[in-house]
Design a binder for this molecule. Sequence first.
Ligand code: NAD
Length: 491
Amino acid sequence: MNERQIRNYINGQWHYSASASRLDVINPATAQALAQVALSPADEVAAAAEAGHAAFLEWRRVPVGERIQPLFRLKALLEDHLDELARIVTNECGKTYAESAGEIRRGIENIEVACGTPILMQGYNNEDIARGIDEHMIRQPLGVVAAITPFNFPAMIPLWFLPYAVATGNAFILKPSERVPMASERLFELIDQAGFPPGVLQLVNGSKDTVDALLDHPLVRAYSFVGSTPVARYIYRRAAENGKRAQCQGGAKNPVVIMPDADMDMTTRIMADSAFGCAGQRCLAASVAITVGEARHSFTERIADAAVSRKVGYGLDDGVEMGPVISAASKERIERLIEQGAREGAGLLVDGRGKRVQGYEDGYFIFPTILTDVPPQSEVARTEIFGPVLSLMHAETIDEAIRLVNDRAYGNMACIFTSDGAAARQFRNEAHAGNIGINIGVAAPIAYFPFSGWGESFFGDLHAQARHGIEFYTQTKVVIERWPRQWSRQF
Ligand code: NAD
């Protein structure tokens, strides 16, 4: 057994789970175990739910201006420990140090926005909706809420939810991905120092059974989920069956249109980062590039050069631009999909399979891969690959390109590269996706905007971040009141 076991944080105390079911946490660059994570059973989830509920009853009465004070401290602690956290993320998740540091920054931005909760959670009112009658809308917290998060942004995605949940007066339980629990454990050590009352923020590790226990516990009132579409759909359904609120972000297959008038050097640089950055394991990775007209030749040539010249390796080594994928199973699955693409008629312009990184021969590396002339109806054109694989398609006109963009179930992101304002405007208006990029490769909304996935990429109505987060974690209460003058004591 690995000596290092990841702990739960329940009611302000660190606990080792009593569960005998454990998984290794693996560094994907070395295939070595870093730690073990226990899969917490239902009674440990119940302990967290009950402690959360008890904490909530007090916390909701703490004035909002006081509730945000520990968030200011948490922001400062995260800034002070950014380097250490980034190294943890790189080691458990595989991305480069710069990518890890970048995701922590984006997480911190959400804390900053949530510090505006005193204004963001204000209601509204009308005096005299009828003579002598006033009406007010106020926002109140829900109670205990939970987030279930994926492996690919271990530090950022918990922070899409946690700051808003507690600033609005809820108690919050995080169930991080069992594949990357180390960043969350460190985050909670900082949370412990930030001064939240016990039970307001809790960490429970595990996988499916732990999630089911959270979904079924009557004291847990709402769920924020990020992960694959089948699990998003499952959590949304089970939460609804239990009469709970849910926002569930799922997978993606993001198309990008490249017009012949695009600045090709800039486009290629940005596209290479979008398709191959984080080893393609971003829900906002460009995965299908649709060239229009003459762009076919100029873009294809350049992106092939960018793919073969990308430096792949261990994310903490100097100059490395792309790390491994998360697991041996994921590597195998991606390689199988590349093979399938070739069988379905795509050309293999750059094949990243079967390559090794010196010194990290056991790591789960796949080098950048480019499939050309991918048939729009093929499996590989529609399945989320979640690896460093870019599929190329071609269209003769922007209308045909937009039809290809919209011919898919996912709707996380769609982008266009062009120097033509009218083309950009048409695309913005017609593309079926919730996050649109115009000369942008990863259209990730900053913390003051909602992360607006559509279609199979999102189940729910209120998204993560900012005003949507505040609305998701609060319930509206409308008060209509009458105070007849004759009841007033005359002074
Ligand atoms: P995943 O769905 O396998 O796991 C996500 C979480 O769900 C984990 O905490 C896991 O323990 C839990 N889980 C897994 N199976 C479950 C089950 N059967 N029942 C209940 N809980 C279960 O996703 P992943 O592989 O960790 O992450 C990659 C996926 O996340 C990709 O599809 C990616 O597109 C998606 N993603 C989406 C967004 C977005 O904003 N839309 C952001 C990041 C990642």
